[in-house]
Design a protein around this ligand. Sequence first.
Ligand code: GLY
Ligand code: MN
Length: 423
Amino acid sequence: MNPALYRQRRLQLASRMRAEGGGIAVLATAPEHTRNGDTLFPFRHDSYFHYLTGFDEPESWLLLHADGRSVLFCRPKNPGRETWEGVNLGPQAAPAVLGVDEAQAIDQLADSLRQCVPQQPPLWLLSAAPSRHDVRLLDALKAGAAEANVQRDLTPLLNDMRLFKDAQELSTMRHAAAISARAHVRAMRFCAQRFADAPAAGVHEYEIEAEVLHEFRRLGAQSPAYPCVVAAGANACTLHHAAGTAALHAGELCLIDAGCELDGYASDITRTFPANGRFSSAQRELYDIVVAAQQAALAATRPGARQRDAHHAAVRVLAQGMLDTGLLPRPQHDGVDAVIASGAYKQFFMHATSHWLGRDVHDVGEYDALDEAQVEQPDGLGGMERKHPTRRLQPGMVMTLEPGLYVRPSPSVPERYWNIGIR
Ligand code: GLY
Ligand code: MN
């Protein structure tokens, strides 16, 4: 925990608020969720809130004034609860530990908001996380401040900050990715060993998932960043197939899409491998096409390129592969450009190649047009047109590259490719 880093982020956000009229920002962390009965799901902070505070306790709010002053509201010390749940920080210790200017007990929140918000319009809230606010409290707040206040959305300001990862964030993300890579290797070795020992017996998806989760936790990650996909054979044609009771058999492929979360940052890796270490020729053909698509996407990903260039590059390779293998038969499908223009490739590749990665697995940030004023650009016909500027990739942005091919049985598709799913 480096309080200076979080303070720096709060000051940067405050400066952006000042540039747009000042005011006061109010953010809550995530709510706790009941699992069943009196048992809660493990608590996971709100990504925006944690980005600005580094604080991981439930029932926490942040008030950020446009002059940069920050007030944290948190659970008071409670020896009774601490007996069960462990020590909580409490408002007295919070300023020194978190670098906030002031901290108060959470039960002071409503009074504080009623006092300070109407005096400092506009009121900045996160439209991205409306359910995370106490609705009654905010309604009261807005009613009380109806005349004086203008409500503004913090989401674009924070998304734009979170899109660019600093050195510490990149280091954490590299570490998370390294742990996930080790977990994938562990799962592959586990399968190799099992098929070496008992070639005819299957290996359950849940057993493979257990290897992945074991390695995540063993190496210090707190949890998976999203539910593990472990798909045996035909199950890989379901994009987010949750590891279940199906068995992986020799001759089938295993698709694992699993990434750990480390210190609030996600990783996201997908790999597909033959259960017993040997591809069939049909599996190998499709696998090589997907690898070529990944390499094309990687080559298209560099500073100055557009985020969607990776997808376009991958689609072109995949579409060519679909024609070469007869997944899309000629003459109905007349060349790569026609396959791309008609969208016929989506029968076998129906998702995006890439998404931002960060605190959330599908991380925040604009992909294409910036929310800025339009600019004059050549229209390609000798004139000029007004358009939103296109976002270009810059150092510090993090994105996945995960092309795939998924072939469900169909009379129009060569049978040798049926039920192969690769990402
Ligand atoms: N790799 C999982 C996902 O992007 O949804
Ligand atoms: Mn992904």
